[in-house]
Design a protein around this ligand. Structure first.
Ligand code: SF4
Length: 65
C-alpha cells in the first residue's frame, strides 16, 4: 500500500499524525502533513486507512498494490 497527501487540500489539522505517527508527520513550516514512508508497513495499514477516512479535507489518497 502507498499513500500520499495532497498539500493543496490538507489543512494541517494533525489528525492523521495522531492516528498514525509512523507514517504521517506535520511539516510545521508549511502546515501540511507529509508521508514519511515509501511503502506503508503492513502493521500500519489499518491506521492509514482510518486516517484517510477521517481526514476532514479528504487529502489522503491510498494506492493499493
Ligand atoms: Fe492534513 Fe487530513 Fe492529515 Fe489533517 S488529517 S493533517 S487535513 S492530511
Amino acid at each position: 500500500m502507498k499513500v500520499t497527501v495532497d498539500p493543496d487540500l490538507c489543512s494541517g489539522c494533525g489528525l492523521c499524525v495522531d492516528t498514525c505517527p509512523e507514517v504521517f508527520e506535520l511539516d510545521e513550516e508549511e502546515n501540511v502533513a507529509q508521508v514519511l514512508v515509501d511503502e506503508v508497513p503492513e502493521d500500519a495499514e489499518e491506521y492509514v486507512q482510518q486516517a484517510a477516512e477521517e481526514c476532514p479535507c479528504e487529502a489522503i489518497e491510498i494506492e493499493d498494490d
